[in-house]
Design a protein around this ligand. Structure first.
Ligand SMILES: C[S@@+](CC[C@H](N)C(=O)[O-])C[C@H]1O[C@@H](n2cnc3c(N)ncnc32)[C@H](O)[C@@H]1O
Length: 333
């Protein structure tokens, strides 16, 4: 089953013509044949783990709180998809009481030290490391996943901030649902941005570069940069947060029961971990942000400054609703 998304002629991502500076923009643009971890956000970047952890520290309590509320963890076989630096896998093993966690990623370098950090010597090992298996696999490739997991089924399958980056997300979601043992829980977390394109009533992305002072209600530099980021991500690697609010429906379509969803939008605190996450994200993808997102460098500089730690306690900081995370879940009958 594939996800339908009609082209939107008002969206530059649908009009990308590939005429940017070839030395500056990721090679996969235009179109959506680029890949997370290859064309953007390479795991070898010295600060990539730190960038992922900045988001994890904000969202982990929400994710783990929901896992607890749904009874996930104790004695269970768990599959963590796109495990990143392994913060959720760690929680499942140390606090969640999981019997086993298989942490899958298309690049497992950020998970290399996880097992050792779970059972550091010389204290008697807790056994958490022995319950962890790290598996290299591309979740978009069924053969790759089959080779890593065989025919294993799990009591919990969790993927956070992964499917949104995969154009094949609807098919991947079906594959994850099929990995559930009877009674097993699928929990998905992905980004939503309630204020995206707010200046135009939420129907179209904001104009990234409105004429100065032409409209007192013009979107802020932060808003224009964030909207540009979504456009650039989509044009470069196929990221799309549009379908995220439809995840509950997709879970129903996969025959799951007890489907539920919740939304969490954390505050944007200048200099805080989430603000640092967005700053690092914009800095890392800046060429694509400007070329594919269509935002000018001055606006990006202004937006970066707004999210930076305030120079003085009276610095204004952002007056914005930031993106949040939608959690959606369902259970195999
Ligand atoms: C934004 S990070 C999120 C990491 C982690 N889930 C978290 O929330 O902290 C996305 C993760 O998904 C992984 N990933 C991206 N595409 C993937 C694919 N096709 N197969 C497996 N993992 C993938 C990336 O390598 C990265 O670790």
């Amino acid at each position: 089953m594939t996800e339908e998304r009609p082209a939107d002629p008002a969206d530059p991502a649908d009009r990308a013509d590939g005429t940017g500076s070839p030395s500056e923009v990721p090679r996969a643009a235009p179109g959506t044949s680029g890949h997370y971890g290859e064309d953007l956000f390479e795991p070898a970047h010295p600060r990539e783990a730190e960038r992922i952890d900045d988001a994890a520290v904000v969202y982990d309590p929400v994710t783990t709180g929901r896992l607890r509320a749904l009874g996930a963890g104790p004695g269970q076989r768990c599959l963590e998809i796109g495990a990143g630096t392994g913060t959720v896998a760690r929680w499942l093993l140390t606090e969640g009481g999981a019997a086993e966690v298989v942490a899958v990623d298309r690049d497992t370098s950020a998970l290399a030290g996880l097992a050792a950090s779970l059972d550091p010597g010389p204290a008697p090992p807790s056994g958490a490391a022995a319950r962890l298996r790290v598996a290299l696999a591309d979740v978009t490739d069924p053969a790759s996943l089959d080779s890593a997991l065989g025919s294993d089924r799990f009591d919990l399958v969790h993927a956070r901030f992964v499917l949104m980056h995969l154009p094949e997300r609807r098919r991947v979601l079906a594959g994850l649902a099929a990995r559930l043992a009877p009674g097993g829980l699928l929990l998905l977390g992905d980004a939503v941005d309630p204020a995206a394109g707010a200046a135009s009533g939420g129907s179209t992305p904001s104009d990234p570069n409105p004429a100065p002072d032409s409209d007192p209600a013009a979107p802020s530099a932060y808003r224009r940069t964030m909207d540009a980021m979504w456009r650039a991500l989509r044009a470069t690697i196929g990221t799309d947060i549009g379908p995220v609010t439809r995840y509950p429906r997709f879970l129903h379509e996969e025959g799951l029961v007890g489907v539920g969803a919740e939304l969490y939008c954390p505050p944007l605190v200048p200099g805080g971990p989430l603000a640092e996450f967005w700053r690092a994200t914009w800095q890392r993808m800046r060429p694509a942000l400007e070329e594919r997102g269509g935002v000018d460098p001055t606006t990006v500089d202004e937006a970066l400054a707004v999210l930076a730690a305030p120079a003085t306690p009276s610095s204004p900081g952002p007056a914005e609703l930031g993106p949040g995370m939608l959690l959606a879940w369902g259970r195999r009958p």
